[in-house]
Design a protein around this ligand. Structure first.
Ligand SMILES: [Zn+2]
Length: 731
């Protein structure tokens, strides 16, 4: 018995030692040092700091331009300084509309004036701050005073308009009411305007975001009948950031567009409302009954309209330039001061923002504090660390975008990677980003312990994925948009990551007056253990990138993912072709006409243009060349190369992600330069991978699809040449 035990113990020590000794980008010796360093870092992280700082930073509303927001920025700057960072505030002057008049009323057939106010709740004093709370509105809605018949458009996304067309219903000259969800909110007014609507109302349906999900606040975490989700409707898929200074920093003296020239302000007025305010409007609708999948959780029969129901919507904003204060804290690297690892989270909130963004912001600060404490004891990072707290993320990723645009050239030369976080909660680790970083992230996730189950956060995530039918692998999702990584990866072409914990922290507080400390503590991360886990995960990633001998990029994972995207597009195109053929066959047989109820005034759909065969071979060929190059790179033992070679190698590795961009950018949106990942033009936050090709096909623009296949294969071919040059440095 004793013998067996000893044997087993020896075996474990050996196996463990062996597994731990290898870290991507580190030699065996430096891997041991790094592991000791990360362990010491982890031991310094304290949940009490996270708890105290969430309370402090979310005590008052702090959207961009507020006094409290500025105080938070100054306090963070001073904290960073006290931890040994060179910290400063960089301020930009950005357009920010504040609502001065909000009227929504049903004028016919009965009258109802929308309240547009969420009520304070018992047990949460933060919700009773009266006028200090920002009125609910959608930032970058245009001013407007419109009256018209109302039409219900479900989520207001492309397929809903196809359905309306089939039903013979037009929204031209009408005001639409759409449910939140189904897409990023800014897509709803964009599509409504493209279809001729004159106004847009967005509401949270209780089935998606209210009592249909669980008990409502304050009894439970979900949205009560008065809660309203604020949020930006700026046309961010065209370009995010300050609407008046596209592509360059909104410095004090920058040349600005006039508000009238700014293409990213909506064309029609938009207002978000609660389900309490939406019910009388929806109840007044007549016309066809909404399709089953459109119906929500209100105790009414959902009709589409139009008909007698008429609404009046009047919105006025104070369009002011406000200061956006980014906090930038730098710790110079000891060996490679001109190679930067940038780590960021935003600090502005719509209201108190205990979850979004403060829970992520304070995890970043706790991470920076622990790193600073170690540096004071002589354990300084080899590369420079830049910790950032962004302002004005909520109205349109403004603080980070202006900073990246302002410093673009320097950042493209110096930044190894950007690591983003935002709100955080209890549950599973989710990471999105550049797929060349996937293997490194996977190793880190394997080294961080889940606070509830004590297995690694990687093992727990994989377990959940497998239970839900997924694979036994840890994969990064592709980045669309929705937080501050966008300017880094999609505009500047810097390798980026976005991470956070969640999945066991559901609620309806997002962008409402209910995102407060009491709500956070009850429903999100009661022990702040996942705040610590986030600081631990993001901190280890940051420290690995800062200290690696060779920048830890693995292109095999990249290749697998990107060739998967191409296969997916080819399959989708084939499916599209079959479905159009089937549709046209039914038209030939007059089947749609015959299947329709003759008493309903419904129009049969029209014939569709056939889907041509596209030649994807330029992409298939360049990917096959890439595979050979990447296999050759993977087979080199990089730790055997000389110091001088390593330096050359790292310089080229730092530039690899940039080779995946094209200076001309995507069609009709040149700000977006990355050729692998972009937010969808009609999905908003939702990602479109290989976006030039994929969106041309989805829009049935066949000549553009051919053109984009050629553009993308050119980009991939440059990337292949760059990888060959990387191999060249060590041969
Ligand atoms: Zn956020």
């Amino acid at each position: 018995m004793k013998y067996t035990c000893t044997f087993l113990l020896l075996f474990f020590v050996f196996a463990l030692g062996n597994a731990q000794n290898s870290i991507l980008g580190f030699s065996e010796k430096s891997a041991n040092e790094q592991q000791a360093l990360e362990k010491a870092f982890e031991e310094k992280l304290k949940a009490t700091n996270i708890d105290n700082w969430i309370q402090k930073m979310s005590a008052e509303p702090h959207w961009v331009g507020t006094k409290f927001g500025e105080e938070n920025a100054k306090w963070m700057r001073d904290q960073f300084k006290s931890w040994g960072y060179d910290a400063k505030i960089e301020t930009y002057h950005v357009l920010f509309p504040y609502p001065t008049e909000r009227v929504l009323e049903l004028t016919e057939p009965t009258q109802y004036k929308a309240k547009l106010t969420a009520v304070p709740v018992e047990g949460d004093p933060y919700t009773a701050q009266g006028d200090a709370l920002l009125p609910s509105y959608n930032a970058f809605s245009t001013d407007g005073d419109v009256e018209g018949e109302l039409v219900f458009v479900n989520y207001g996304i492309p397929k809903d308009y196809e359905e309306l067309e089939k039903l013979g219903i037009s929204v031209k000259g009408k005001i639409v009411i759409a449910k939140y969800q189904g897409s990023w909110r800014g897509i709803k007014p964009k599509l409504a305007a493209e279809n001729g609507a004159i106004g847009c109302i967005i509401y949270s349906d209780p089935q998606d975001d209210g009592y249909g999900r669980g008990d409502v606040y304050p009894k439970g975490a979900f949205k009560n009948k008065t809660g309203v989700q604020r949020g930006s409707v700026m046309d961010m898929p065209t370009y995010p950031g300050d609407v008046l200074t596209p592509g360059y920093g909104a410095t004090k003296d920058a040349k600005r567009l006039t508000k009238e020239e700014a293409p990213t302000i909506t064309k029609i007025p938009v207002l978000p409302i609660s389900y309490e305010d939406a019910q009388p409007l929806l109840e007044a609708l007549e016309g066809p009954i909404a399709p089953e999948s459109w119906r929500g959780g209100l105790p009414i029969t959902y009709h589409i309209g139009p008909g007698k129901a008429k609404v009046h919507l009047k919105l006025k904003f104070d369009w002011q330039l406000v200061p956006a204060h980014n906090v930038i804290a730098t710790m110079k690297g000891t060996e490679f001061p001109d190679q930067w690892v940038v780590r960021g989270n935003h600090h502005d909130a719509w209201v108190h923002g205990a979850n979004d963004p403060v829970s992520g912001m304070v995890a970043l600060m706790e991470e920076a504090r622990a790193v600073g404490e170690m540096a004071k004891k002589g354990q300084k990072p080899k590369r420079t660390l830049v910790y950032c707290a962004w302002d004005a993320e909520e109205p349109g990723l403004i603080g980070s975008t202006e900073w990246v645009e302002d410093h673009k050239k320097e950042l493209q030369e110096k930044v190894v990677a950007y690591i983003n976080t935002d709100g955080n909660g209890r549950g599973f680790l989710g990471v999105g980003g550049s797929h060349s970083l996937q293997s490194m992230v996977s190793e880190v996730a394997g080294a961080v312990t889940d606070p509830q189950t004590k297995v690694s956060v990687k093992e727990r995530r994989i377990a959940r994925d497998m239970v839900n039918g997924g694979n036994d692998t840890f994969e990064l999702y592709a980045l669309g948009s929705g937080s501050d990584y966008t300017p880094f990866i999609q505009h500047a072409g810097i390798a980026s990551l976005n991470l956070g914990f969640g999945g066991e922290n559901e609620g309806g507080e997002y962008h409402t007056i209910y995102d407060t400390y009491p709500h956070y503590k009850r429903f999100k991360d009661p022990e702040f253990a996942y705040g610590v886990a986030l600081a631990n995960t993001a901190g280890r990633i940051t420290l690995r990138l800062a200290n690696a001998d060779i920048i830890p990029l693995d292109f095999s994972a990249w290749y697998k993912t990107v060739s998967g995207y191409l296969e997916e597009i080819m399959e989708e195109t084939a499916k599209m072709r079959t479905s159009v053929e089937k549709h046209n066959k039914l038209i030939d047989r007059n089947a749609f006409e015959l299947a329709l109820d003759p008493r309903e005034n419904i129009k049969a759909p029209e014939r569709k243009e056939p889907v041509p065969y596209l030649d994807f071979s330029p992409l298939q060929n360049v990917l096959s060349e890439l595979k050979s190059t990447i296999d050759a790179y993977s087979s080199i033992d990089l730790h055997k190369v000389s110091k001088a070679e390593k330096e050359k190698l790292n310089a080229l590795l730092m530039d690899a992600e940039h080779k995946l961009t094209s200076e001309d950018g995507l069609p009709r949106r040149p700000w977006f330069k990355h050729q692998i990942y972009a937010p969808g033009f009609y999905t908003g936050y939702g990602v479109k991978t290989l976006p030039g090709v994929r969106e041309a096909i989805e829009q049935k623009n066949w000549s553009e699809a051919k053109e984009q296949i050629s553009v993308l294969s050119g980009t991939l071919s440059n990337f292949n040449e760059h990888l060959k040059a990387i191999i060249g440095t060590v041969k």
